[in-house]
Design a protein. Sequence first.
Length: 385
Amino acid sequence: MKKKLAISLVIIVLITVGICFFTQNNQKEETKLKEKKTEIKKEPEIKTSKLSLIMVGDALLHSSLYRDGYNNGTYNFTSQLELIKPIVQNYDLAFYNQESILGGTELGLSDYPTFNSPKEFGDAMIDAGFNLVSLANNHTLDRGEKAVISSCNYWKTKDVLAAGSYTSNEEANEIKIKEKNGIKYTLLAYTYGTNGIPVPQGKDYLVNIYSDEKVKNDIEKVRDKVDVLLVSMHWGNEYQTEPTAEQKRQAEYLSSLGVDIIIGTHPHIIEPITYINDTLVIYSLGNFISAQSTNNDYNTMVELMTSVDIIKEEKDGQTTIKLENLNNELLYNYYHKGSRWTNFKVVPFSRMNETYNSDYQRLYDKYSAVVKMYDPNIKVNPLKA
């Protein structure tokens, strides 16, 4: 009996040891399997970079506006931009269209229909934070080749990316690429025409006239060299809130070529904002600053300032560009209309009160609706209570 009992105890011990060994081994295998699954599930690291961009429309300097900036023999426009500057300086990139050419006082200043403006206005815009400038519009050739050369030489001395008007074929063919926050970008700029003023023969470089072929060639040169491609389009019909069929066609075409943001100018009034595939299309920002009296219910005096964040994501060797935080602020081009127009100032609607326009609430509702015409989800900053 003792022998049988001993054998039984040995068998029980062996079984217990075996069970323990099997359980421990099984637990180790399960732990390894879990660790392996965890490794498989672990997402590749994503590197994220961001550029903030803000955009406004046409700077059209009528004589009353630059006279307002004149004092004791010099021009100074900083007071006209003092409410805009604190906003613009929060952004990495800031765009505007220099509608009236900055040929400078040495050529003689002039008003509509053939403009020439003081270079000091450019100084004020740079001081306010603007660093992307379109030079291609229907007034580029107003004062001929001399004014274009004077303008281009001025912009060459500034730390800005100016596009659409050049002094040689070599300059026109060398598309400038800049980089900030690890994101490479460029600006291309085109106009539908030059108010019937012919481009001098053999000098197409003086102003970029739009054609499907030209824009395709330019984009093919640079698309794979930049993360973000901005295209300024001076297009459409003046004083119309609805984009033309040709604007829509060109927007579709530019989107198909990989343009990230289309910035529209020329109509002098606001047109809607929308997306075509992944392309942000701003059909018209309207005027930024001018002395255009109202064409119809302040439409040339209520303007748009659009901002967006450009997000670059790098993952597994692939780069993705996303546009986030799209927002809009209406602007009002204020001036005092007495014996002469004075005290010009660009006023954000977030700062509007009855001093500037007693009907500003109605104007806000009306022109916000234009911005949202194609997409009700587009945001417009509310009025402050």
